[in-house]
Design a protein around this ligand. Sequence first.
Ligand SMILES: [Zn+2]
Length: 645
Amino acid sequence: MQERMRELVKILNRWAYEYYVLDDPSVPDREYDRLYDELCALERETGVVLPDSPTRRVGGEPVKAFERHRHIARLFSLDKAVTTDELSAFFTRAEKAGEATFTVEYKYDGLTVCLTYDKGKFVRATTRGNGTEGEDVTAQVLTIPSFPLSISYQGTLEVRGEAVIRLSVLEKYNAAHPDEPLKNARNAAAGAIRNLDPSVTRSRGAEILFYDVNYMSDSPVKTQCEAMEFLRREGFKIYPHFRICTNFDEILQAIEEIEVGRRNIDVLTDGAVVKVNEEEIRSAMGATDKFPRWAIAYKFEAEEAESTVERVFWQVGRTGKLTPLAEIAPVELAGATVRRATLNNYGDLTRKDVKVHSRVLVRRSNEVIPEILGAVEHVEGSIPVEKPALCPFCGSAVKEVGANLFCTNPACPPRVVQKLTHYCSKNAADVEGMSEATLTLLERERGVRRFSDLYALRAEDFDGLEGFKEKKVGNLLSAIEGSKHIPLDRFLYAIGIDGIGRVAARDLAEYGSVEKVASLTYDELVALENVGDVTANSILSYFADEENREELSRLFAAGVEPFVRARVTTGAFAGKKVVLTGTLSSMARPEAQKRIEALGGTCQSAVTSATDLVIAGEKAGSKLDKAKKLGIAVIGEEEFLAMLS
Ligand SMILES: [Zn+2]
């Protein structure tokens, strides 16, 4: 009888796996029921229930209260990003920790659960709780069929998944319970798991989608890809969408895929999760007291709406890049009527398969121009957008670099105007009143092309230009004059070096002068917190360019005088460039950095010859070695705390 029971358990578990995990049943329900009844009868007769018997899925009696249970390894929650800048900062940090690849997955909106296995058998299910300790929900989770009761892995294992209720299941449930409908899929899932009565859990039809291996006692997986493969192989339900990315653009693309795709899937989601794939790099990046540094949740908080593309035209930016812009049927989005949306670049346009007349998804978030995320529907008779062979403005040849098209003419009028507009903008040289329209006019009518041309403008240059009365001209000229006295970081941002945003410009400005920045080596550049490989190279080529150097001389000759902003000059770390390495037991690294900066120091992310001091905590590695090699002063945590006090 026991042998027959063993056999029945094996068959029934395989059929349940096919049905619930693979969504691909191989036998009709009644066949399953027949063997299930046979097993029940045998269990009654023998009084034996095998540890992985499907009858355990019934879930048993209601519990009085949930017991607390401590997780083997801490279950982290994730740091969140809502802007591409935050995402890009995460990417830069990861890149600096090593040659990382990234995985991008859906972020489900349900209840996180943690399943423990030992010697190949399911032992326990707990909620995440506070990350260290959760509630024991074994009886409840047992009623959910999307995970195995026995696995081939024999060590101790904790896996993590999200308990969710499919939107279609919720709809059916609510139709059957019109008096007590469930508010939304997330609450429904949480309420199903955290219900003292397992039969309620079962009636809600929850499932668990697995996405992480939290702890493995023997031969732990080394990458997220391996973890997903392990989960799949052992019979856990995983969501099929999973992307591996090697660069930032691929990450953005994978996120967009999710942002569009999630509208058509049956599970509630609220974002995408980006993880560093390699365990080795993960441990190098470590964790703050709240979050791991190697993963981030990108939350979709922007507003989205559908519209139709009416026309696509091109714009030339200050680097010469041709950007496709779509005119769309007007749509209300985040309190504004949107009529135009960007398609970013030619590669994007093709990849998203956006054509004239396509139904598209448009996103608008704060201060960012509306963007087309992708085509939601293909319409008959839609017209593909032609790839311009020549610049639509100046007729020059177009060069294709990766996903982008560039006008090759540095004097292409809209490009010149964009460069000047950027230079005059608020966070750059801040020439008040100098609008894009004025610059377009000055470019066309007065040949203003370079930044230095602005400083050569005289009142008579405005004679004969419509709309420029004496007072307006006076204001403009004094705004131009005023921009000569400019903080160095804003100047470095204004001159438009590729890839230099305001943050990286502040890093560079720490060096005190344009001359000094121009003389930095590749190693010194990438040592800066916010400068990666690509930006470092673009800074080097900017200053290597003869034309750029001449333009800088012209600006200085015209009286432009970048100055270093006053900074904290007193305090234990005044004027010192400091590198933190290893783990401090008394505070997290961001806190340490803040306190160093408050006492006049500057924090760098890597040791260079310019570093003054290295603070080495526990398990300090290569940075400490390098500091010793370069003969840089090194102190430990105790001395550091003494300096702080
Ligand atoms: Zn052009």
